[in-house]
Design a protein around this ligand. Structure first.
Ligand SMILES: [Zn+2]
Length: 256
């Protein structure tokens, strides 16, 4: 796994003294472990040892919000016979006013995972399953990821590039360049060599190319914002390759 930070202006990020551990120095196994522990905390479960004793009491999930704006705990209150336990989807949804039993909602639709998440149900219709009902709750929709919360808590913004649109993501283009360089290396004979080669290939991407890739992605984004389709955007990107954004005369040029 390779993880690094790259800037459209400055290339790969370095420490102020100009050094840089390596490409995975900013997100190594320790970081990954911390992230997994955090994920477990969010999952709201305790870690129990083989002797059945609790090793670590995990934190509970943040409360949600009901439609009237009041907070909704996902765990039973102290006065409940199952005090402290996770309420489960059905109870959470009932508290949201969805009559799960009455509608005979299944936990999820069919086999093979949660596939109805992207469907838009007609206004006023009942949800197809509990997962979908939960997925469409306003507090669920508004919930930000841990990473986003962390970034925003530090005063930065976060933009997620669109999936399946590598033309809008200059990191994909850096990766593509590095992969081409990697393929030109002689076949590896030791285990350490592929890692060295990956790092060398990434390091070989010139800053000027990183900047060009970033500009290219900006032009594509601008083209889509202006309403162009894929092939028009590709044409405009070629024609105005020196620009960061496409000129206002673009639409007139397209009509010629
Ligand atoms: Zn469903």
């Amino acid at each position: 796994m390779v993880s690094d930070f790259v800037s459209a202006n400055y290339g790969y990020l370095h420490t102020p003294d100009g050094s840089r551990k390596n490409h995975d120095g900013y997100f190594d196994n320790e970081d990954l472990k911390k992230q997994i522990i955090k994920a477990m905390e969010i999952h709201g479960r305790s870690v129990v040892g083989t002797d059945g004793k609790t090793i670590k009491e995990m934190k509970q999930m943040h409360p949600g919000k009901l439609l009237d704006g009041s907070m909704q705990s996902f765990y039973f209150s102290d006065s409940h016979k199952s005090a402290g336990q996770f309420k489960g989807m059905a109870v959470i949804l009932q508290e949201h006013g969805i009559p799960v039993d009455e509608l005979k909602l299944k936990a999820q639709c069919g086999k093979g995972g949660f596939k109805c998440w992207f469907t838009t149900l007609p206004t006023g219709s009942n949800p197809c399953c509990c997962w979908k009902a939960l997925y469409d709750q306003p507090d669920f929709i508004a919930q930000k990821s841990i990473i986003q919360e962390l970034i925003e808590a530090h005063g930065h913004g976060m933009t997620i590039y669109a999936k399946f649109h590598c033309e809008c993501n200059f990191i994909e283009q850096i990766w593509g360049y590095a992969k081409q360089v990697y393929h030109e290396f002689p076949e590896s004979s030791t285990e350490a060599e592929p890692e060295r080669n990956v790092l060398a290939a990434l390091e070989s991407v010139p800053l000027i190319s990183i900047r060009r890739f970033a500009n290219c992605s900006l032009r594509f984004m601008d083209a889509y914002r202006k309403g162009l389709n894929g092939s028009q955007a590709a044409w405009a990107n070629k024609k105005y390759h020196g620009h960061r954004v496409l000129p206002e005369s673009l639409m007139a040029d397209l009509e010629v």
